[in-house]
Every structure is written in structure tokens, then in C-alpha cells.
Ligand binder design. Structure first.
Ligand code: GLN
Length: 297
């Protein structure tokens, strides 16, 4: 059998099981197993199959058919044009989150050598992408999961970044429990699925860690903690940038609207309200607002 025949056989196997991008998936797995890039794979088409490789391919396809995400089988996935190590126990970076990073980079332009927190960092994809684009910034990446944290460390090492400081810990313990400087910017894509909804998720998502998905009874536990335990530490004039589910942006704005802050809801590439940006007013603005309220009373 030639490599091309093997590819056709494997593609058909996935197709029959209802996989839409079967040829792409087979190519990804084969390139990963043979350490070839896709353009070189084509050059191998006419050559006879290596038995071991064929066996490994079918083992991987079995895992895939059992519902394991392609990304876990490959052990890495691309985000912002960078490859991140990952595996079971850590959330797979999503395309939507790239928009969050782009918007943060845009809004961070006016900050010189900013201190930035990435809370619930997972693979570290958000913080690492920002750190690479902004070598003048210092990033603190917080992650509590025993499984996710080592992937985050691997990814920081992979890009040889000295402007990132990994922090192991729980967002719910709050800023005051860590020995950290006050940040200019806080970014977070926290778990936001309602606990009762986790079982309705598609089977692939169910392979991702519960910890990275479950946002509590109404899905908003992390946003409340971000408001109560992290927003106060933000420097005046700084901002928080949050990703959320498609029906949460308004409610999150309300959580942050007291005391009055400058809040902006932004859409993702599918035109869905996905991000909430909250700018912490300058101190003099807050005083002015407070006085204004007093006058009204
Ligand atoms: N910040 C990481 C990401 O966006 C992980 C998020 C999470 O675990 N909820 O991929």
C-alpha cells in the first residue's frame, strides 16, 4: 500500500463516522506522527507505507472516533499564529479568543511598560501572545489547575519569554492573597458555562476539563469574583478585558456598573457580543461622579 492509499482509507473511515473535515484531520495526524509539514506530506504520497506509522495512525483515529478532540491527539494547536502545547486537562484555545487578544493589544498601545494579568490562563495562550507582541510589558499568568499549569510552563519555556511570571493559584482567593504589583490591564477568559448545561455540550467539549468550563449555577461566578476581588486592584485608567458566553455580556456589564465605570461590549468574528471591556475611571473622575450624585440627592 502507498501512503496515498493509506490516506484515502483513513479519510474514508472518518467520513463514514460523520467527520466533516476528514481529509484535513487525517493530514494533521499524519504530519504530527511523521514530523512532516503538510507541504512535504504530498512528496511522500507515492512511497510505500511504513507499518508502524500506519498502526499509529489507526490508533489515533480510534481515539478521534471515540470523541477525543483532534487538538489533544496532536498535542499542540495554533493560536495567533503560534503553536501551544496542550493535552487533556487544559482548555483548547478558541478562534474567538484571538479577537480578544487583538483588541487588548490595540487598547494597550497607550500604556508604556504595562503590567498585565492573564487570569485563568490555561495554556497561557492569551498572556504569551501578548508578551511576544509587547516585550516592554510584564505579564503575570495565573492558573490553579494541576493539569493545566505544567502546559502553561512548557509554553512559556517554548517561547523563551522573560517578561512572563507564572503564578499558581486560585482566582477566587483574590488579589490581596498574592504578592503581585497592581496591574494596568487584566485579561481573562474564565469558565462561563452554567453548571446545569455542562452535560448538554457537544461530546468533544466534554473531553475538556470541567474546571475550565464550569462557571457555577448561573455561569457568572468568575465575573463576580473578578469584580469583587480583582477590579479594585486595577490602576486608575487601566482596564479589564473579559470574554464571555453569547448571552452574558449585558449581565456582566451590570455587575461592573457599580460604581459607574466606562463599559464597552464588543463582538467576535461571528458578530456575537463576546467581550466586555471595563475601564477603571481616573480617580478625579470618580470623585466628580460621586459629587454629582450627591448634588442630585
Ligand atoms: N485563558 C485560556 C484560554 O482562553 C483558558 C481559559 C479557561 O480555562 N477557561 O484558552
Amino acid at each position: 500500500m502507498t501512503n496515498l492509499e493509506l490516506i484515502k482509507k483513513a479519510t474514508l473511515l472518518l467520513q463514514k463516522r460523520g467527520f466533516e473535515n476528514s481529509d484535513f484531520e487525517v493530514a494533521c495526524i499524519l504530519c504530527h506522527l511523521s514530523a512532516l509539514d503538510k507541504s512535504h506530506l504530498v512528496l511522500e504520497y507515492g512511497k510505500p507505507v511504513n507499518e508502524n506509522l500506519a498502526n499509529e495512525l489507526f490508533e489515533a483515529l480510534e481515539r478521534r472516533i471515540a470523541g477525543e478532540p483532534l487538538q489533544y491527539i496532536l498535542g499542540e494547536w495554533s493560536f495567533m499564529g503560534l503553536d501551544f502545547n496542550l493535552g487533556p486537562g487544559v482548555l483548547i484555545p478558541r478562534r474567538e479568543t484571538e479577537t480578544l487578544v487583538e483588541k487588548v493589544l490595540q487598547k494597550a498601545k497607550s500604556f508604556e511598560s504595562p503590567i498585565i494579568f492573564d487570569l485563568c490562563a490555561g495554556t497561557g495562550c492569551i498572556g504569551i501572545s501578548i508578551a511576544l507582541k509587547r516585550p516592554d510589558a510584564t505579564l503575570y499568568l495565573l492558573e490553579k489547575s494541576e493539569q493545566a499549569y505544567p502546559y502553561m510552563l512548557e509554553n512559556i519555556r517554548r517561547y523563551n519569554l522573560s517578561n512572563i511570571k507564572p503564578v499558581k493559584g486560585d482566582l477566587f482567593s483574590g488579589f490581596s492573597n498574592f504578592d503581585l504589583p497592581r496591574p494596568d490591564i487584566i485579561v481573562s477568559n474564565p469558565p462561563y458555562i452554567k453548571s446545569c448545561r455542562i452535560n448538554d455540550l457537544q461530546s468533544e467539549v466534554k473531553h475538556e476539563p470541567y474546571l475550565a468550563l464550569d462557571g457555577g449555577e448561573d455561569g457568572l461566578d468568575f465575573y463576580r469574583a473578578l469584580f469583587e476581588k480583582w477590579f479594585p486592584c486595577l490602576r486608575h485608567g487601566g482596564f479589564m478585558a473579559l470574554e464571555c458566553a453569547d448571552d452574558q455580556a449585558d449581565t456582566i456589564s451590570k455587575i461592573f456598573s457599580d460604581p459607574k465605570q466606562e463599559i464597552l461590549i464588543e463582538k467576535d468574528l461571528f458578530n456575537i457580543e463576546r467581550f466586555v471591556f471595563i475601564r477603571k475611571q481616573q480617580e478625579w473622575m470618580q470623585i466628580l461622579c460621586r459629587n454629582g450624585e450627591n448634588n442630585v440627592n
